[in-house]
Every structure is written in structure tokens, then in C-alpha cells.
Design a protein around this ligand. Structure first.
Ligand code: NAD
Ligand code: UD1
Length: 339
């Protein structure tokens, strides 16, 4: 059978790079596209170390429509997995227009170029953030959606835009994947998350406490209605998430329509659970202080994973100890990120 070719936008980023590896290992031809705003070209060499092959790469901005046209003119692309975008919630509140331009205008460019090229299969990176503060957990895909910051709004708008595109042309196949909290790294220690500046997210912050770059973890509140009072989230290993994309792209290539799907483990862990799992992984006691709640945080968020299981035949395999082990391995091997 002829190999299907998948364009991965944001392909050198955290989730994109793991997905390139998973696609290549599953027998797809991969073309990575990234403007390298939040990643490094060295990632392509790392992908080669793991898979034996360096994916074809375009250093292109999704805001550059002519650049995108060139990619489609030079290649036959069967489907696109669209990761490219900005993702910092706090920053999106400070510079909303930049977020709307990059995450919405850039995406609209991509969808237009895809339409013109006759490529109508897309897997989009959405987020559990579109559920806002859910009325109950586990969260199902048909729960009401709302957003509290521009980043979340860009995710919801993209979902709506792609739904409208499908309404206008039923030849499209659209997978809206709502990720819960991706953490961890490739087991080789070659790929992982490299946050810009001081991390906002829990596990990258803990990793820096573990390697001595930060003094202690600031636990944002212990008065939530959760078993230990700290926030509960559905952490998912990035390799599981990448594999979810393989199942999603396969499904999308075989079916038309729009599907919204949660990618999580279905299990909730508290901030202190994660801290203790990380202590086990690194073999040290990690200092922390309890501080006030962080504005905009919710108590509990974890996925109902039935739809992913039924529709895609996919479910997460790795547990929290393995996620922390792989994060620590990556941190030890790349104390200053990927260069
Ligand atoms: P990342 O920043 O590591 O990867 C995104 C990549 O997109 C980066 O390599 C960046 O250089 C590139 N990029 C940004 N703007 C671009 C543009 N205009 N043109 C071309 N490339 C551009 O982020 P990630 O964690 O891998 O996230 C990937 C996607 O998943 C994002 O859309 C993000 O919003 C979404 N998502 C992430 C999380 C998470 O916790 N990491 C959760 C839910 C959803
Ligand atoms: C954040 C984003 C969300 C995004 C998700 C996955 C915000 C408000 N929300 O969610 O849009 O989809 O990441 O990327 O940023 N915590 C601490 N100390 C820290 C960091 C975090 O106690 O230094 C706690 C938080 O209060 C929360 C949990 O750890 O209870 C997870 O936080 P984080 O990793 O930032 O993810 P989310 O808040 O779930």
C-alpha cells in the first residue's frame, strides 16, 4: 500500500515532535512545518536518532499563505495535523491580538490553502480548556463549552471554524482533539518539553525544582473540594497523546465528518500526588510551599475517555510514575533545553 503523507504543523514543538516520531514509526511519510518560534531545528536530528530518518522540513510560518501554498504545491499531502500556535494562557491575556492573529488568522490561512489543494482531512489540537469550569467530572465531549482567556477562545473559534467548513463541504474530515494535561517525554530522553523562561505549568516547574534551578514548588491553593485540597488534573504522557493522533488520523482518512474527542487518561491526580510521584522518580524530597489559589484555576478536570476508546480504539497506557520518570530522564539529559 502506498504511504500516506501527513503534514505536521508545529512539527518541531513538544507534542508535534513526539507525533512525528509516532507517525514515522507507524509507516507514514511525514513533512514537518514550523517557524521555529518555540522550538529548535535540532529536534529534527533527534527525530532521526530515534527513527533513523530526518523528516522533510519547511521553516514556514502559517501566517505566510504563499509559503503554505508552496508546501502543498511541492508535495501530495493526504492529511494535516495542526499543532502550530501559541499556548501560554497568561501571555494571551496580555497580548490577545497576537494570539488571535497567530492562532486564528494563521489557521484560517492553512484551511484555505488545504481547500485549494483539495486536502480536506485535518486533525486539530484543541484543549480541555474549552470546557471552562465543568459542572461535573469526568468531562464528556458534549458538555457545554466556554472560555475565560484569549488562548481558550482561539481553540474554541478554531473548532467552530472547522465545523462551518464541514457544513459548507461534506468532503471534509475534521478531528477536534481536546487534550488534557500532556506531560512526560520520549523515553530516549531526546525529545521533551522546553518551556520558555520560568515554567507556568506544574510538571516543568517541578522538574526545575528537582534539578535545583528553582528553590521550591509553589502549590496554588489547598482549599479546593478535592481529596487533599489541591487541584486535580488528568495528566497524560505525551507519547500516549502522540499515539492518539495516529489513531485519529487513521480514522479521519477513512471517515468524513466532524468529531470532538477527549484525549486524557480518565484519571485525576492532585498537585501533591504529582509532586510525590516526581520525588519517587528523582529520588529526592522536593520542597514546596502552599500559597493562595492561582486566578482562573479550577478545582478538578479529568476526561471521560469512552468516546476515544469506542471511536478510535485508543486509550492511554502510561501511568503517572512513568510520566514523571520520563520527564526526569529528559531533564537530566537536557538541563538547558534542546540545542
Ligand atoms: P509547542 O510550543 O511546543 O509547539 C508549537 C509549535 O508551533 C512550536 O514549535 C512553534 O514554534 C510553532 N509555531 C507557533 N506559531 C507558529 C506559526 N505561526 N507558524 C509556524 N509554526 C508556529 O506547543 P505544544 O505543547 O507542542 O502544543 C502544540 C499544540 O497543542 C498547540 O496548538 C497547543 O495550543 C495545543 N495544546 C497544548 C497543550 C499543552 O499543555 N502542551 C494542551 C492543550 C492543547
Ligand atoms: C493550564 C492552562 C490550560 C491548558 C493546560 C494544559 C492555565 C490557567 N490553564 O491548565 O489552558 O490547557 O495548562 O497545558 O494556565 N500548579 C501549582 N503550582 C505551579 C503550577 C501549577 O500548584 O507552579 C497547579 C495548578 O494550580 C493546577 C495544576 O497544578 O491545579 C496544573 O496546573 P498547570 O500545569 O498549569 O495546568 P492547568 O492549570 O490544568
Amino acid at each position: 500500500m502506498e504511504k500516506k503523507t501527513i503534514l505536521v504543523t508545529g512539527g518541531t514543538g513538544y507534542i508535534g515532535s513526539h507525533t512525528c516520531v509516532a507517525l514515522m514509526q507507524a509507516g507514514y511519510e511525514v513533512i514537518a512545518l514550523d517557524n521555529l518560534y518555540n522550538s529548535n531545528e535540532v529536534v529534527l536530528d533527534r527525530i532521526k536518532e530515534i527513527t533513523g530518518e530526518r523528516p522533510k522540513f519547511y521553516q514556514t510560518d502559517v501566517l505566510d499563505k504563499e509559503g503554505l501554498r508552496k508546501v502543498f504545491a511541492e508535495n501530495h499531502i493526504d492529511a494535516v495535523i495542526h499543532f502550530a500556535g501559541y499556548k501560554a494562557v497568561g501571555e494571551s491575556v496580555e497580548i490577545p491580538l497576537t494570539y488571535y492573529e497567530n492562532n486564528i488568522s494563521g489557521s484560517v490561512n492553512l484551511y484555505e490553502v488545504m481547500k485549494d489543494a483539495g486536502c480536506k482531512t485535518i486533525v486539530f489540537s484543541s484543549s480541555a480548556t474549552v470546557y471552562g469550569d465543568p459542572a461535573s467530572v469526568p468531562i464528556k465531549e458534549d458538555f457545554p463549552v466556554s472560555t475565560t482567556n484569549p488562548y481558550g477562545t482561539t481553540k474554541l473559534f478554531n473548532e467552530r471554524i472547522l465545523e462551518d467548513v464541514y457544513t459548507s463541504d461534506h468532503e471534509w474530515s475534521v478531528m477536534l482533539l481536546r487534550y488534557f494535561n500532556p506531560i512526560g517525554a520520549h523515553k530516549s530522553g531526546l525529545l521533551g518539553e522546553v518551556p520558555n523562561g520560568t515554567p507556568n505549568n506544574l510538571v516543568p516547574y517541578i522538574a526545575r525544582v528537582a534539578n535545583g534551578q528553582l528553590e521550591y514548588l509553589r502549590v496554588w491553593g489547598n482549599d479546593y473540594k478535592t481529596p487533599d485540597g489541591t487541584g486535580v488534573r488528568d495528566y497524560i504522557h505525551v507519547v500516549d497523546l502522540a499515539n492518539g493522533h495516529i489513531s485519529a488520523v487513521k480514522y479521519a482518512l477513512e471517515h468524513k465528518g466532524v468529531e470532538k474527542i477527549n484525549l486524557g487518561t480518565g484519571k485525576g491526580y492532585s498537585v501533591l500526588d504529582v509532586l510525590h510521584a516526581y520525588e519517587k522518580a528523582c529520588g529526592k524530597t522536593l520542597p514546596y510551599k502552599i500559597l493562595a489559589r492561582r486566578a482562573g484555576d479550577i478545582a478538578e478536570c479529568y476526561a471521560d475517555t469512552e468516546k476515544a476508546k469506542k471511536l478510535l480504539g485508543w486509550q492511554a497506557q502510561y501511568d503517572i510514575d512513568e510520566m514523571c520518570r520520563d520527564s526526569w530522564n529528559f531533564t537530566l539529559k537536557n538541563p538547558n533545553g534542546i540545542h
